[in-house]
Design a protein around this ligand. Structure first.
Ligand code: N01
Length: 540
């Protein structure tokens, strides 16, 4: 039987992929094209991953739609038109469905099936993967495509089970329309999800109470519909654009200005910041000067500019004061919004500072803080995720000697990987956009394509060279993890408590979990590793 005629017998797969989001689907496509028998297991009842689960009002991507799509198929690039500069969740989900149909991917995806555990059998050199339907499947390669932000975090508030109203987490939003009309809604959390949801909910609800612990920096997205001529121009230049994306810092084809904030006069800085504010978008402000994320004094200058914009926007000075962020700009995820600060000028919106008066409990009828009780019909938790490792730890993954990934990286220990792709002691396991890869600090689509292509090339290489097992060497992983930390320590990122640092989850190991050297440099390193016969890995 030729390899591409191989049966997908569940006991004898070449590869198991966990997750049918952007990364899992492309991984399936590549491995299937190469003739490997592959099966994707997906907990949801359809494709989409992040964009399947995050259906909260206002959910949209903050990377421009023309850059946030697959680039591996020219035909696909020609067939899809993004309606706006920043696509909304339903449109992105339609796109993923379109891709799944176009490449007939669903036939190798098993929906409504959660992977409970995966265990490496050292005698057979295979992974045994236990599913929640009681079945076990076996495969040579175990590939996690579980996303970085898919383990939602509902803080353990006392009394939540007594709440008589409805409650939802943004990352697990119902498929049916949630009705806010006539309701007193409370939202906890003002990260990217909260800041997208707040203006939309405020327009519908009778009253919206925002429970804010940390005020956030946010700047205008300036979303606009996409002009057909503009899209045509992009299409014509896509080869060049794609190259720029792949060799850029963030996967978005823009370059920071190579100038210190102190090289410009205060008047010139103001002009530069104003221009960036007017332009809008994710990188406009942070790319104005090259020292904003490195030098506290430089950071304070841009931070104060944003605070001045908040003060200008908010009518009531006491509300503006509560909304002023005080951490280093950019060290929590940069946020762009549509009418976020303006929403606090509405009569039906109130802001509660839960840093000053923390939430003590959820009662049957609302939220009680240290100094008041708020009656609510609905609570929206925009409280984020157990990021990076959380989605992996939802499965009991055990490598050699039965050691679990959770034990290896567990509380008090730093995450350790080689290139964010693999980890020592877990042979033939690959993580797509795993910890210590550029992942969440890049355009995920660029990082996903790069990882998937690297992993499929590696699996092809293994077949061509008649190798059965690939495993990360300890020293390669130690060097890589140290390198990641050293880069992060040169920036202000590690000076702020954030989910990047694992600081949002009680008891979670602290440490910066992302490679900050840029997607272009990272690609070069990964290509060099492959070019040297997978240096840093043992192949047997
Ligand atoms: O989650 P978050 P998110 N009591 O962790 C607060 C991506 N994303 O879902 O800052 C009170 O950022 C918490 O307060 P604090 C993006 O990468 C992308 O918003 O910890 N409050 C914070 O305000 C993003 O970074 C898009 O003090 C509590 C909020 O909840 C990531 O997903 C859109 C609390 C959590 O913010 C996560 O964003 C949406 C408690 N006990 C998301 N616990 C795009 O546009 C937590 N909070 C692509």
């Amino acid at each position: 039987m030729s390899s591409n005629q191989k049966s997908n017998s569940l006991t004898d797969l070449d590869a198991v992929i966990v997750g049918a989001g952007f990364s899992g689907l492309y991984m399936l496509y590549r491995l299937r094209e190469a003739g490997f028998s592959t099966r994707v297991f997906e907990a949801g009842d359809n494709v989409g991953g992040t964009w399947y689960w995050n259906r909260y009002p206002g959910a949209r991507c903050d990377v421009e739609s023309i850059y946030y799509n697959y680039t591996f198929s020219e035909e696909l690039l020609k067939e899809w038109n993004w309606s706006a500069k920043y696509a909304e969740q339903p449109e992105i989900l339609s796109y993923i469905n379109f891709v799944a149909d176009k490449f007939d991917l669903r036939r190798d995806v098993q929906f409504n099936t959660r992977v409970l555990s995966a265990r490496f059998d050292e005698k057979k050199n295979r992974w045994n993967v236990q599913l929640n339907n009681g079945k076990t499947v076996s495969a040579q390669y175990f590939i996690t495509a579980v996303g970085c932000l898919s383990a939602s975090n509902v803080p353990k508030f006392k009394g939540l089970e007594t709440f008589k109203g409805e409650w939802y987490h943004t990352g697990h939003w119902p498929h049916e329309k949630v009705e806010f009309k006539g309701k007193c809604v409370g939202i906890i959390g003002t990260g990217s999800s909260g800041i997208q949801a707040i203006p939309v909910i405020a327009k519908e609800a009778e009253h919206l109470t925002v429970f804010q612990r940390t005020p956030q920096y946010s700047s205008p997205a300036r979303n606009v519909p996409n002009d057909p001529d503009y899209l045509e121009g992009i299409r014509k230049n896509y080869i060049e654009i794609k190259e720029k994306m792949r060799h850029s810092i963030t996967g978005i084809p823009e370059t920071p200005r190579n100038i210190s904030v102190f090289d410009d006069s205060p008047n010139e800085r103001q002009r530069v910041f104003e221009e960036a504010w007017k332009k809008g978008g994710l990188l406009s402000l942070s790319y104005t000067y090259n020292d904003l994320s490195i030098t506290p004094e430089a950071n304070e200058i841009v931070a104060e500019f944003i605070r001045s914009k908040i003060r200008e926007t908010i009518k009531k000075p006491e509300v503006a004061e509560k909304l002023l962020p005080r951490f280093y700009y950019g060290t929590k995820r940069t946020i762009i919004d549509t009418d976020y600060f303006e929403t606090y000028n509405r009569d039906n919106v109130s802001l509660v500072d839960v840093k000053k008066a923390p939430i003590q409990e959820i009662t049957a009828s609302g939220v009680r803080t240290a100094d008041a009780e708020y009656k609510l019909d609905m609570i929206v938790f925009a409280t984020g995720f157990d990021a990076m490792t959380g989605p992996l730890f939802k499965m009991d993954i055990r490598g050699k000697d039965g050691v679990s990934l959770k034990e290896k990286w567990g509380a008090g220990e730093q995450t350790r990987t080689y290139l964010g792709l693999g980890t020592a002691g877990f042979p033939n396991m690959f993580m797509l956009t795993g910890p210590e890869s550029p992942s969440v600090l890049s355009n995920m689509m660029v990082s996903i394509e790069q990882h998937v292509e690297w992993v499929s090339d590696c699996i092809n290489y293994m077949r061509d060279h008649k190798q059965e097992v690939i495993e990360v060497k300890d020293e390669a992983e130690n060097t890589w993890s140290k390198h990641c930390r050293e880069i992060a320590d040169q920036t202000l990122f590690t000076k702020t408590d954030s989910w990047y640092m694992g600081a949002n989850i009680e008891g979670k190991a602290r440490g910066f979990q992302i490679y900050l050297g840029g997607v272009g440099t990272y690609r070069k390193i990964c290509d060099e590793v492959a070019g040297k016969g997978y240096e840093g890995f043992t192949l047997t």
